[in-house]
Design a protein around this ligand. Structure first.
Ligand code: 2DT
Ligand code: MG
Length: 224
């Protein structure tokens, strides 16, 4: 019997600070994983790339308005909207993984916790709505110092795109990375994102390559 018949797709999350090259690298990885699969191929896609927040849904549009400072929301309320924006895609993620598709996510629950806990809400409170979401098999954290990030040019105009916010968020990410490792919630791998684009892409590829042909075992649930 072929072992591959019991494999499912891997769930890989890319996290990191603004200016770490996260979205660029996510899209490079997506293209590399997609490889030679042509558009007319009716087999399930080898890979899909999701982006959180997903600003296209009804909830995502509320988040988008908040991030562009077109609306103000209570810190708890916006936190729950970010989480709900993941929950509304949870069954989609499960379906992709089950059919053998690798799921790449540009940000996930860890950003949710980091950005809200930085505001002073408790870590436990921030984590609670994320419990039970599909858990990543691997989280790649693109690490960059605030100084190097600043040298890459100015931040944008959205809420949170400020150096003091990024510094606070980074501290919470460190705590989350340790917790994920200690609690066995999948693997957390730090990648030095201060290197050039090609080197970072190679380091990411090396980390993800063992998972790209699929993984064995059930889809875990985050912190459950
Ligand atoms: P992008 O710049 O990557 O679109 O992110 N954020 C993100 C949260 O505060 N909570 C979350 O759950 C997620 C996924 C990070 C927009 C901003 O939204 C923040 C930056
Ligand atoms: Mg941004």
């Amino acid at each position: 019997r072929r072992m591959s018949s019991t494999k499912r797709g891997a769930f890989v999350v890319i996290e990191g600070l603004d200016k770490s090259g996260k979205s660029t690298q996510a899209s490079l990885l997506h293209d590399r994983l997609q490889g030679s699969q042509d558009a007319g191929d009716t087999a399930p896609p080898k890979v899909v790339l999701l982006k959180f927040p997903d600003r296209t849904t009804a909830i995502g549009k509320m988040i988008d308005a908040y991030l562009r400072s077109e609306s103000d929301l209570d810190d708890h309320a916006i936190h729950l909207l970010f989480s709900a924006n993941r929950w509304e895609l949870a069954s989609t993620i499960m379906a992709y993984l089950t059919q053998g598709t690798t799921v790449l996510a540009d940000r996930y629950a860890f950003s949710g916790i980091a950005f809200t806990a930085r505001k002073g809400l408790s870590y436990e409170w921030c984590r609670a709505p994320e419990v039970g979401l599909p858990a990543p098999d691997l989280t790649l954290f693109l690490n960059i110092s605030p100084e190097v990030a600043a040298a890459r040019g100015g931040y944008g105009l959205e809420r949170y795109e400020r150096e003091d916010v990024q510094t606070g968020v980074r501290q919470v990410f460190d705590k989350i990375g340790r917790a994920v490792q200690d609690e066995g919630e999948g693997k957390w791998v730090e990648i030095d994102a201060g290197k050039n684009k090609e080197e970072v892409a190679e380091d990411l590829w090396r980390a993800i390559e063992p998972l790209v042909t699929g993984v064995h075992g059930p889809i875990n649930k985050l912190w459950e």
